[in-house]
Design a protein around this ligand. Structure first.
Ligand code: ADP
Ligand code: MG
Length: 365
């Protein structure tokens, strides 16, 4: 997909600003605090329902205003192969929101998230490797949400059943009452886990060559999936039954896909604790790009790729390799930087450079 117009109103420092990106690499430059990251946040908001720097209520709405608005117009391949124009709008106050997609009101934010696909690498992205398992589950589930049509339904069913089971455990409910929800959890949780397993298998096949190309010395060797219970030995239904008495004491469900995780194995044998911040970043970036590539293969269209402050996150050699890799794809890319990165001075030329200053943006190609 390719964005032609991005309009932000009352978002962070901007009153009203329009960006008209080109196909290929779009560089957004400006001083610290100019508002560069805000453009990436606006795309991310449409694609995830929140910014990578927090929810709308965490300060995305311009001080003194009631709500922000984001409007995106893009093109994507239609079912007949011809380009299809699409547009999405979101007004969000932090509590209430209204959204529109292709001229129609929508009643779930997820509808926007399903329409616009963005992969973002930003200064907090190392958490994908070194942070809590929540990050890694969300990462996998995002990929599946876009690619597997039944995934969201399974995920919702599982989440609902989990909530019910936990409430019953706390209330010390009867075995019969718990039985019904264990069945439901297993019926949603088993196929959900198969999806995750397949996704990670596929991702590993993409990640290994990609990581080797971006950073051979990292020695990324494999992706290991932990489904959230001892799946090799027992079914989810049995695992739930086996942990029932322990779960009653704890007051929550201790096994199942909500406890799933995955990790990257390195040739050196080091674990996630031993990784430097820089290594964690590179690994996270490789995983995100592998995810973008996977999305492109499965959907026949590249997601947008947003790289916040790339030059301060990676050394020049790694920036160069990332830029070269991206330049060889048809992906539309958004990169923010305080100045034109050295990695972009050579063979990879940005399609457009935007200067952000005084709450305005000037295209200067
Ligand atoms: N809710 C807000 N209302 C008004 N200004 C804001 C708000 N949140 C952030 N800002 C301002 O927006 C700017 C931050 O934008 P950001 O996109 O992070 O800049 P950059 O990435 O260029 O450093 C800062 O100048 C900050 O003071
Ligand atoms: Mg920034």
């Amino acid at each position: 997909m390719q964005v032609n117009r991005l309009v932000l109103s009352q978002m962070r420092r901007f009153v009203d600003v329009t960006l008209e990106p080109r196909a290929g690499m779009n560089l957004i430059v400006g001083d610290n605090g100019a508002g560069k990251t805000t453009f990436l946040e606006a795309l991310h908001l449409m694609a995830y329902g929140r910014s990578f720097r927090g929810r709308v209520r965490d300060g995305l709405v311009r001080h003194g205003e009631e709500a922000l608005q984001v409007f995106v117009e893009w093109q994507e391949p239609g079912s007949d192969g011809a380009p299809r124009s699409r547009r999405a709008g979101l007004r969000h106050s932090g509590q209430a929101w209204q959204g529109r997609l292709d001229g129609e009101d929508i009643d779930q934010l997820g509808t926007l998230c399903a329409a616009l696909a963005v992969v973002t690498f930003e200064p907090g992205s190392h958490a994908l490797v070194s942070g809590s398992a929540d990050w890694r589950r969300r990462f996998v589930d995002w990929g599946l949400f876009h690619v597997e049509h039944d995934f969201l339904g399974l995920w919702r069913r599982y989440a609902r059943a989990l909530k019910q089971r936990n409430a019953l455990l706390k209330a010390n409910a009867s075995a019969a009452a718990l039985d019904a929800w264990d069945v439901e959890l297993a019926q949603a949780g088993e196929p959900l886990t198969s999806h995750r397993q397949h996704y990670l298998d596929r991702l590993q096949a993409r990640l290994l060559p990609l990581a080797g190309q971006l950073s051979p010395s990292l020695g990324v060797q494999s992706l290991e999936f932990s489904p959230g219970w001892r799946r090799q030995e027992v079914s989810l239904a049995d695992a739930l039954l086996l942990s029932r008495e322990r779960d009653r004491v704890a007051g929550y469900t201790s096994v199942g896909p909500h406890r799933a995780d995955w990790s990257v194995r390195f040739a050196s044998g080091m674990g996630r604790e031993a990784l430097s911040r820089g290594q964690a970043k590179l690994t996270a970036l490789a995983a995100l790009l592998a995810q973008a590539q996977d999305h492109a293969q499965e959907k026949g269209d590249w997601p947008l790729v947003a790289l916040d402050d790339l030059a301060s996150e990676l050394d020049r050699h790694h920036q160069r390799r990332v830029m070269d890799w991206l330049a060889a794809t048809p992906a539309q890319v958004f990169v923010t930087a305080t100045e034109v990165p050295a990695a972009l001075a050579g063979n990879v030329q940005p399609a457009a450079v935007f200067h952000v200053e005084h709450g305005q943006v000037d295209p200067a190609v």
